[in-house]
Design a protein. Structure first.
Length: 381
């Protein structure tokens, strides 16, 4: 598609698909393309479904992924005051401790299933620690994430709007007493920091705090789970690059960026068009949807030499896996840190691990890219 018709109108999806790097970058940066899809017919239908339910309506329409303009700038500005690089970096020793703990059970069997045993629990425990919620509630978080992931990808939902509604009410009810407690007795955690954050005399209200806390818990775990698992697959496919990383562990930061480029955990994101415009010679009308296909842009040979080859030291690796512009992923640093620790520790402790270069199956999704499972043998036969 990128070679034959890089700006393509899909009659099945009713959406324009942009697959070239330059076009995707333009869509992500240009203010004519908005994450506020409230005027799009399908979102009008969703709004009708959530009418009369303030919690569900807030979860769908007031989260950082769907609002834009001044409201987005205000919310993001307040959250950014709490979600600082220093606060994230302080998690590094905790993450190493968690990864070691998750891997400690593996030598007894000599096998590990990366998704369930490492890639999924680590991000959940990390965001729980950052927010300041009890880590022993992680089974609750896992269940809610499975239902709320519909916010990121409708194809991931197995119970439709009913499960989304139920999970939203349950997770809001979970966070309400925690917010009340932190107002009375603040701690050194993200919830307390978000409550205290202030800009131009404004603070986050109760509904904003509930929505943000819930979104961080879900979005922060789902995407990072796939990033970690995809990274393991990539190193299994390219043994020379695996050896290169083993010989020079300092490459881990560059390697994580290459994992993000090579197998982007989020394959596409869409925007609504505010005014008629033209991309790649195609006329696009106001109110239509444009999908920026991140996975295709990150493999564009016009931007990345030998794009289908993993190169953990790739220079000038300005991939688009975290988006660009005002909606650049708020949790990018945390996702990269978790992957650095997970991949670095796994291959340090088990340098001889082996596994199939193709997992048993991939998640059924057009948006999320990751294996359903990934068994590994930790010792050479």
């Amino acid at each position: 598609m990128r070679e034959a018709e890089p700006v393509y109108r899909s009659p099945m999806l009713g959406t324009w698909l942009c697959t070239r790097y330059d076009d995707v970058l333009h869509v992500l940066r240009d203010k004519n393309f908005t994450t506020d899809r409230s005027g799009v017919p399908v979102m009008k239908l969703v709004s009708r479904l959530s009418r009369g339910d303030p919690m569900l309506s807030a979860m769908i329409e007031r989260n950082l992924l769907t609002i834009d303009g001044p409201d987005h700038r205000r919310l993001r500005g307040l959250v950014s005051k709490a979600f600082t690089p220093r606060r994230v970096e302080r998690l590094r020793p905790f993450l190493r401790e968690i990864v070691d703990h998750l891997l400690d059970a593996a030598p007894q069997t000599g096998e590990i299933e990366v998704v369930q045993d490492l890639a999924h629990p680590l991000p959940v425990l990390a965001i729980a620690e950052l927010l300041g919620v009890p880590s022993n509630d992680r089974q609750l978080f896992r269940a809610w994430s499975a239902d709320l992931v519909q916010l990121l990808d409708p194809l991931q939902g197995h119970g439709g709007a009913a499960l989304l509604r139920r999970a939203t009410h349950q997770i809001f009810d979970y966070f309400k007493p925690l917010l009340a407690e932190r107002r009375l007795s603040p701690r050194d955690d993200l919830i307390s920091a978000m409550i205290a954050a202030e800009e131009d005399g404004q603070r986050l209200d109760e509904l904003d705090l509930l929505t943000l806390s819930s979104l961080l818990l879900v979005a922060g775990s789902e995407t990072t789970t796939n990033l970690i698992a995809n990274a393991v697959i990539a190193l299994l496919r390219f043994p020379d690059e695996r050896k290169r990383l083993r010989d020079d562990p300092a490459l881990i930061g560059s390697a994580v960026d290459e994992f993000l480029r090579y197998e982007s955990p989020v394959q596409l994101t869409d925007r609504a068009v505010l005014a008629d415009c033209e991309i790649g010679g195609k006329r696009i009308r106001s109110g239509q949807l444009v999908a920026a296909v991140l996975g295709a842009a990150n493999r564009d040979p016009e931007r990345f030499p030998e794009p289908d080859r993993l190169d953990i030291g790739r220079p000038d690796n300005r991939h688009l896996a975290f988006g660009q512009g005002n909606h650049f992923c708020l949790g990018a640093q945390l996702a990269k840190l978790e992957t650095e620790v997970a991949i670095g520790t796994l291959f340090e402790r088990f340098p001889q691990l082996t596994g199939d270069t193709e997992p048993p199956g991939w998640r059924r999704s057009m948006i999320i890219r990751g294996p359903e499972a990934l068994p590994l043998r930790l010792y050479a036969a």
